[in-house]
Design a protein around this ligand. Structure first.
Ligand code: A3P
Ligand code: MG
Ligand code: MG
Ligand code: MG
Length: 361
């Protein structure tokens, strides 16, 4: 099978996919280095969620790659530099982590490796890093080309050595067209890199510790189950992020007897694409919470191109045109196409009973 690095064909979005894969892989390399170092630099954000050196560093690195290759594209990113500008010590630690994990590795490397580092964008100093982090402030997701990045999704999972993901999607006029998920703690040792282009399927390859290498990809498809009772369902670890009791009730209603697989982050989408589970349930713990675009862009395409669908809890498609958060959707459910009717019917009934109809949004 030809790798995208050596392929001479010109499939649509081939460059976007390759740069996104390399950028996510480079950010994954940084995240592993931060995890293995003593200093994680964890801060609590204003919404009481954690952010670390890995979140800021991964955002800076991925944005450097996007700006270098697609300078006219807009970007939506989870983080901004506010907490770093008011904490110079932390800003220095983020820059140091990037330099050590990424650029000091390029000294003495072959010219192909350092040219790959140039292709992925170089961050020369702290000021440049802070400015880059702020490039993800786009608020309009519905028009033109907009990248959506979650530099570390599942920061809580990352901190406890559980699942986390680096998730990068490209929206074209509000439709997810390219999706890349790096999951350093999923599957084989070193983790996996999944990618999808709309209409071209989903592939997986190992994450490597070499910035310039993308190993040969293999095609992935969801398990072709045709009855819901054969399913294993997947849900988050954090009880505050979804309603576990209700999810258990829905699973029982679908005839599911196996215990759920609990993973942090968009690794749940990856787990479905890789056949570790078949249904992902994310029913809101609060109707006030608006799900973030970057928490679902890459994962939803990775699953859809592997034979699945991602809907809200009312059985409607996720609408990525509404800015940084979903305004027209509550809850997320993901399943293989073959069982979507049954899953949607059961979830919809429960959703209307417990949360009220869609008109209450
Ligand atoms: N009350 C809430 N309901 C649903 N999701 C929430 C939430 N509070 C935070 N989150 C989101 O849940 C994501 C993690 O998902 P999961 O619980 O599936 O691991 C977080 O991503 P980050 O870790 O990138 O901040 C955050 O965006
Ligand atoms: Mg976060
Ligand atoms: Mg997230
Ligand atoms: Mg995040």
């Amino acid at each position: 099978m030809a790798t995208t690095t050596t392929s001479t064909s010109s499939l649509p979005y081939e460059k976007e996919r390759r740069i996104a894969e390399l950028a996510v892989q480079r950010a994954a390399i940084l995240s592993k280095a931060v995890y293995n170092s003593k200093v994680k630099g964890t801060l609590e954000k204003s919404d009481n969620s954690p952010v670390t050196i890995a979140d800021f560093g991964a955002q800076a690195l991925v944005f450097a790659s996007l700006r270098n290759n697609f300078p006219d594209d807009n970007i939506i990113g989870e983080e901004d530099s506010g907490d770093l500008r008011s904490n110079k010590e932390l800003a220095s630690l983020v820059f140091k982590a990037i330099t050590e994990a990424v650029y000091s590795n390029t000294t003495g490397q072959s010219s192909s490796e350092s040219s790959s580092s140039n292709e992925l964008g170089v961050i020369n100093n702290e000021a440049e890093m802070l400015d880059l982090i702020d490039k993800g402030d786009c608020t309009d997701s519905g028009k033109g080309r907009v990248w959506a990045l979650d530099p570390i999704d599942g920061t809580k999972g990352f901190l406890r050595g559980g699942q986390y993901a680096i998730a990068l999607g490209l929206l074209v006029d509000g439709v997810v067209t390219v999706g890349v998920l790096g999951c350093p703690n999923l599957g084989e040792e070193g983790g996996v890199l999944l990618s999808a282009v709309k209409g071209q399927g989903t592939v997986v390859r190992p994450l490597t510790s070499d910035f310039s290498t993308l190993p040969d990809p293999s095609r992935v498809t969801m398990n072709p189950i045709t009855t819901t009772s054969d399913a294993t369902f997947c849900e988050g670890v954090e009880t505050g992020h979804s309603n576990h009791n209700l999810q258990a009730k829905i699973a029982a209603g679908l005839g599911i007897t196996k215990p759920s697989v609990r993973y942090d982050s968009q690794a749940k989408y990856a787990a479905l694409a890789l056949g570790e589970a078949e249904i992902y349930l994310r029913l809101p713990s609060s109707m006030k919470y608006e799900e973030k675009i970057w928490d679902h862009a890459a994962g939803s395409l990775v699953v859809e191109e592997a034979g699945g669908v991602a809907f809200d809890m009312y059985g409607e498609k996720l609408d990525f045109t509404t800015g940084r958060t979903f305004k027209k959707n509550k809850g997320v459910i993901v399943m293989p196409k073959a069982i979507q009717e049954d899953v949607v019917r059961v979830v919809r009934e429960v959703a209307i009973e417990v949360y009220g109809g869609k008109s209450s949004l």
